[in-house]
Design a protein around this ligand. Structure first.
Ligand code: ACO
Length: 268
């Protein structure tokens, strides 16, 4: 996907770049130049979100600059960096969400896994391995294995993709429209979990973290008492942001992470 401006000052000069809630462009311009770069970054995110929604037949984009700002999500962008202006080939959006999930035996558990929220490769570039490249980059940076992910209402293409590249072929559908796969709950590195009391028959479970696609009902923060929780997993690209936010006033924030580019890229 091309844009009527040079993408290098906006996204940096590397094949992958990562954007978080702060929506910081790569370029270091000040004043009006800085504002222009910020606006261009917002345009890139909005246009990608629209293209993804169109590809999935959604009436409203799951991804936009405004939604990025109000959620702790991370956007992985795959670039074609060739001059004169470069292009964006695709993106993958992930974020941690508290979910009530159903195990195969029917029991419910509360977990906070990394979720695949939106994923798109430009139509002209699909089925060339770019989606896999993006996904692998995300797994590596977030230090998560594919079977530990929850996926928000996967499309048939995404189900095929996950089966082909990661052997995720036995989806376990959930009431909240997320899908997990065989292996999600197994072994000791499984996501943090808490037994959840079975509801009485007249009280259906009401997951407080809904699908990204339930736009009108989405809650930016979970309700009390879950918004008080301090023990939530904070990993990968989300870690520096959350730690900075949680520094008490007057204390020095944790030093920024080593960056692979100036656009929020998080080194490991
Ligand atoms: N029809 C069926 N399966 C497809 C298709 C398609 N048109 N395109 C990709 N796939 C699956 C197949 O398993 C394919 O393997 P195959 O060609 O041997 O059949 C495999 O993906 C190809 O892998 P990659 O080339 O690495 O993936 P690609 O670059 O095509 O990206 C993606 C995959 C992101 C799903 C892309 O097809 C796309 O953008 N689709 C439209 C948007 C979409 O459905 N996004 C997921 C929404 S759900 C969510 O984000 C939570």
């Amino acid at each position: 996907m091309e844009f009527p401006f040079d993408l290098a000052p906006v996204l940096g000069g590397e094949r992958f770049c990562v954007v978080d809630q702060h929506l910081r462009p790569a370029g270091r311009g000040a004043g009006a130049k800085r504002e222009e770069l910020e606006q261009q970054l917002r345009t890139v995110i909005d246009e990608l979100g629209k293209a993804s929604a169109k590809a999935q037949g959604l009436s409203t984009p799951v991804t936009s600059a405004a939604r990025m700002e109000s959620n702790r999500h991370v956007l992985y962008l795959l670039r074609d960096t060739r001059p004169p202006r470069g292009a964006v080939l695709g993106f993958l959006k992930v974020g941690y969400k508290k979910l009530f999930l159903l195990e195969r035996d029917g029991s419910h558990v509360e977990v906070e896994p990394l979720c695949v929220l939106d994923f798109y490769v430009h139509e002209s570039q699909q089925r060339r391995g770019l989606g896999r490249e993006l996904f692998q980059e995300m797994l590596q940076r977030e230090r998560v294995s594919p079977q530990r992910l929850a996926v928000d209402r996967p499309s048939p293409k995404l189900l095929g993709f996950l089966g082909k590249h990661f052997g995720l072929s036995q989806p376990i559908p959930q009431v909240n429209n997320f899908v997990i796969f065989e292996g999600f709950f197994s072994t000791r590195t499984a996501p943090a979990r808490r037994p959840f009391p079975r509801p009485r028959p007249e009280e259906p479970i009401k997951p407080y973290s809904l699908s990204e696609r339930d736009f009108l009902r989405e809650e930016p923060e979970p309700p009390w008492p879950f918004n008080l929780a301090r023990g939530s997993p904070v990993r990968g690209s989300l870690r520096p942001f959350l730690l900075r936010r949680e520094s008490p006033p007057g204390t020095a924030p944790e030093p920024p992470p080593r960056r692979a580019s100036s656009l929020g890229r998080v080194g490991r």
